[in-house]
Design a binder for this molecule. Structure first.
Ligand SMILES: Cc1cc2nc3c(=O)[nH]c(=O)nc-3n(C[C@H](O)[C@H](O)[C@H](O)COP(=O)(O)OP(=O)(O)OC[C@H]3O[C@@H](n4cnc5c(N)ncnc54)[C@H](O)[C@@H]3O)c2cc1C
Ligand code: SF4
Length: 473
């Protein structure tokens, strides 16, 4: 259980960031890992609670107290094995997971949770450094063929699990490289893309066959894939962005976040942009509309590109800095969160609604017209204001998967929110031989939820194809 008195003796310590003034000069990761000794000390703080709330807080149900204990006892290789028994890609979650496990940790009752995410990241990074993480070659073949559409965390986890169960697995991906939003959405400074390449390499060595640059529904009919394979897993994400259809929306300089961010990720990877319209923030006043993760990523990217000023608007009122633990614990609390990108120099404003984009005579954005709103989003009389901006980035979330093309051609049923309808036991869509997981099934979510769904969907497919499954859920 870590050290019995560890939580009494050792203070919480977490990874720090390199100084903002340095890190904004490049797109590399800037989190400084804890030393081996410090990581072991932090693991020693785990109390091995009778009811490990962290375990439930973690969507992939990582066996957190177990690997904390193993790290404390210096049994890192076993900790790495244990970690991979529940999470295919801990190096992703160890970097970009918001760590709901730490919100659930009993020590969070007095704001000092175990640094679970940091320990997870240390275990897997050490595993790769020491060569403990190798391709797992499957020794038998079931003779069944499965197609996975989409190579985000859901598709990758689903494909890896199915391959390890002995199926022939083909992943179809529209983009040039695998990874989904981990590659084209999340900026390199949060997670470098070599990590995604390393995992895709492991999966290729295990026998997963990637077909990149293939847009299913355009380059190849989905009906053909369904006919050729024994099972098809839809893991295409929730890519339809929420728009802001107000006057001036068509001005030059108003873009969706997911038009802006993938361009920078491609520049960092030396990938062609496939467009002449370079969306850049350098020398501009930038307004980011939307206060979530995507908005934060737009801030960090704009700052690195050399924006003059970055302002972020959120329509909701400002949440409290500190949650009421007795009301929220062990659940994920709504509170003010300050990301590393915010610390790099953005101004944040809450309870603001944008009512028009204002342009100059050439049709380019010059300002936003805004109004303050109350908690029911009603405009506050007399609170209208204008803010100068040459670039506005819409980061207001995603509505649903894109229906046009592959999904409509397939004729799958949608749930009330427009996601592919399938439950979390069978993951089966309304169409024969077709399953769905990740954001395409649950709507816009998190990397860790996508991994969970990919794993569980793989178990459901394996069970359906073979009559029984040994894959964990
Ligand atoms: C900018 C941004 C930042 C984020 N930051 C974080 C974060 O810090 N932490 C976190 O946990 N989550 C974050 N998220 C959310 C997270 O990235 C997603 O929840 C997760 O990637 C969903 O995984 P997925 O596999 O379901 O779908 P995606 O990652 O969306 O992958 C879907 C893949 O399917 C492919 N595809 C779709 N249709 C087809 C087709 N017809 N043919 C072939 N291929 C197709 C797409 O090209 C894509 O590669 C962020 C999201 C965004 C947009
Ligand atoms: S995957 Fe996320 S929730 Fe689970 S242990 Fe890691 S950081 Fe915590």
């Amino acid at each position: 259980m870590g050290k019995v008195t560890g939580f009494l003796e050792i203070d919480r310590r977490d990874r720090k960031y390199k100084p903002a003034a340095d890190r904004i000069r490049h797109y590399k990761e800037f989190v400084i890992p804890l030393s081996e000794d410090a990581t072991r000390d932090q693991a020693a703080r785990c109390m091995n609670c009778g009811i490990p709330y962290c375990h439930n807080g973690c969507p992939v149900n990582n066996q957190i107290p177990d690997w904390n204990d193993l790290v404390y006892k210096d049994e890192w290789e076993e900790a790495c094995r244990n970690l991979h028994s529940t999470n295919n890609f801990p190096e992703f979650t160890g970097r970009v997971c918001p760590a709901p496990c730490e919100a659930s940790c009993t020590l969070n009752l007095d704001d000092n949770p175990v640094t679970i995410k940091t320990i997870e990241c240390a275990i897997v990074d050490r595993g790769f450094k020491h060569g403990w993480i190798k391709p797992e070659h499957v020794k038998h073949s079931t003779g069944k063929k499965v197609a996975v559409i989409g190579s985000g965390p859901a598709g990758l986890a689903c494909a890896q699990q199915l391959r390890r169960a002995g199926h022939e697995v083909h992943v179809y991906e529209r983009n040039a490289f695998p990874g989904g939003l981990m590659r084209y959405g999340i900026p390199d400074f949060k997670m470098e893309k070599s990590l995604v390449e390393r995992r895709a390499g492991q999966m290729t060595a295990e026998g997963v066959i990637f077909h990149c640059g293939v847009n299913v529904g355009v380059d190849i009919a989905i009906e053909k894939i369904v006919a050729e394979y024994d099972a098809v897993a839809l893991a295409g994400g929730a890519e339809k962005p929420r728009d802001l259809p107000i006057p001036g929306r068509d001005l030059a300089g108003v873009h969706f976040a997911m038009e802006f961010l993938p361009q920078q990720n491609r520049r960092v990877s030396d990938e062609p942009l496939h467009t002449n319209e370079h969306i850049l923030a350098n020398g501009k006043n930038v307004v980011v509309i939307g206060g979530g993760d995507t908005g934060s990523d737009c801030i960090g990217t704009s700052v690195r590109q050399g924006a003059l000023k970055v302002t972020q608007f959120e329509i909701m009122t400002e949440p409290p800095v500190k949650e009421n633990k007795l009301l929220t614990w062990p659940d994920w609390p709504l509170k003010l969160r300050t990301s590393s990108s915010h610390e790099e120099g953005a101004e944040r404003d809450f309870a603001v609604n944008t009512v028009a984009f204002l342009g100059d005579e050439s049709g380019a954005l010059r300002a936003l017209k805004c109004v303050r709103v109350d908690s029911a989003f009603q405009p506050v009389a007399g609170s209208e204001f204008e803010i100068k901006a040459e670039l506005a980035l819409l980061a207001m979330g995603f509505v649903s998967p894109v229906h046009e093309g592959m999904l409509n051609a397939l004729g799958v049923k949608y749930d009330a929110r427009g996601n592919v309808a399938a439950d979390t036991r069978a993951y089966k869509s309304s169409v024969d031989k077709v399953w769905a997981c990740g954001d395409m099934r649950r709507g816009q979510s998190l990397v860790v939820w996508a991994i969970r769904e990919g794993r569980q969907c793989a178990a459901a497919i394996d069970e359906s194809l073979m009559g029984a499954t040994l894959l964990p859920r």
